[in-house]
Design a protein around this ligand. Structure first.
Ligand SMILES: O=c1ccn([C@@H]2O[C@H](COP(=O)(O)OP(=O)(O)O[C@H]3O[C@H](CO)[C@@H](O)[C@H](O)[C@H]3O)[C@@H](O)[C@H]2O)c(=O)[nH]1
Ligand SMILES: O=C(O)[C@H](O)COP(=O)(O)O
Length: 325
């Protein structure tokens, strides 16, 4: 690892236990804090996550000011379950309707900026099992303690749940096989960011609203690379949150996610480094499945879109004014 990356890791890595609640409450002052869960068909898990944040960080202690679930076109009872657990629920497509509809997780996160009031925003995936509110307090710690920190990534052990016993360290397959090698190849200064794709992270609104959001699953890599480009390595911190268990996607779905990650990396290499030809890569992905009749070719489009920085959207200022009035 580069000495700069190793030095960053020593200075900017902490653990959730380093950030006990009383200290955060004292540091919060008038800072408003929002927790956002993007959710598509997460009725099994979203309620427990919302419930834990509400009980621990809103009712027992006034750290979090609001918890918002962005319902990302769920076809199950995600919205009802989240609302019953105490979240404010907004449908992704109802936010900033004049901006049209794009798809996926990145779109849900971008839209969340227009419906939340927080100066600090904490993103948490809605498919986590065994969630504890220390994920949220951990992510907030460096932001509340140090004005020089603008963006905090969670890191954790990631088991792979199979039919039998969990395979410790076997999870995060796209991280290990795609994102980490790409980052080490092209952004070695970021090589010590242990979970670049993790869905639990927090940032200052003042930074997030100035950044473009890639739609779909490119959003985490895009934000990390753009924060690095705009604010520098020292604006990033990471916090060890322990262990993360989530619902695994099929290998076919992860292949499409990997394509989105690679496209996002390509776009930043071109934009930040002018390293690549202007011609965009193909976005068609061919995958293969054995069927009783032979081999089925499955083609999908892994192209990702991009939302401009929220601060450049005309309706955003008006939405902020009405939320804060
Ligand atoms: O169209 C979508 C798809 C997903 N989600 C939600 O986004 C979160 C993460 O999605 P998931 O499909 O569970 O992603 P993972 O397989 O867990 O992928 C990992 O890697 C992705 C790529 O970096 C990250 O976006 C994820 O947060 C991270 O957990 C969950 O709450 C989903 O419900 C949406 O809101 N809209
Ligand atoms: O973050 C990742 O690498 C992907 O979400 C895959 O995770 P999994 O291997 O734990 O399913």
């Amino acid at each position: 690892m580069l000495p700069e990356a190793a030095s960053w890791m020593r200075r900017r890595t902490s653990a959730a236990a380093d950030w006990p609640l009383p200290g955060l409450l004292a540091a919060k002052g008038t800072t408003r804090i929002s927790v956002v869960l993007p959710a598509r068909d997460e009725q099994e898990t979203v309620g427990a996550i919302v419930g834990a944040v509400r009980a621990d960080l809103m009712e027992r202690a006034p750290l979090v000011d609001e918890i918002v679930v962005v319902d990302s076109r769920s076809s199950d009872r995600t919205a009802a379950v989240a609302a019953a657990a105490g979240a404010e629920v907004v449908a992704q497509d109802d936010v900033l309707p004049g901006q049209g509809r794009m798809s996926g997780k990145g779109e849900a996160l971008w839209k969340s900026l227009a419906v939340t009031t927080g100066d600090l925003i904490v993103f948490v995936d809605a498919d986590l099992r065994g969630f504890t509110s220390s994920y949220v307090t951990g992510l907030l710690g460096p932001l509340l303690a140090d004005p020089g920190v603008g963006y905090v990534k969670g890191c954790y052990d990631r088991p792979l749940l199979t039919g039998g016993r969990p395979a410790e360290g076997g999870g995060g397959r796209v991280t290990e096989l795609v994102a980490r090698p790409l980052i080490n190849l092209h952004w070695p200064m970021l090589a010590a960011v242990m979970q670049p794709l993790g869905g639990e992270y927090a940032g200052r609104r003042a930074l997030l609203e100035r950044l473009p959001f890639v739609t779909g699953y490119g959003v985490e890599l895009g934000l990390l690379l753009d924060v690095f480009q705009e604010a520098g390595l020292d604006a990033i911190a990471q916090v060890d949150l322990g262990r993360r268990v989530h619902a695994h996607q099929s290998i076919e779905d992860l292949g499409r996610m990997s394509g989105q990650i690679m496209l996002t990396a390509w776009s930043r290499l071109q934009r930040h480094r002018r390293m690549l030809p202007l011609e965009a890569p193909a976005t068609a992905l061919a995958q293969f499945a054995r069927t009783p009749g032979g081999t089925e070719v499955r083609e999908s489009d892994i192209g990702v879109g991009e939302r401009r920085p929220m601060a450049e959207v005309p309706e955003y200022a008006a939405a902020r004014r009405s939320l804060l009035s």
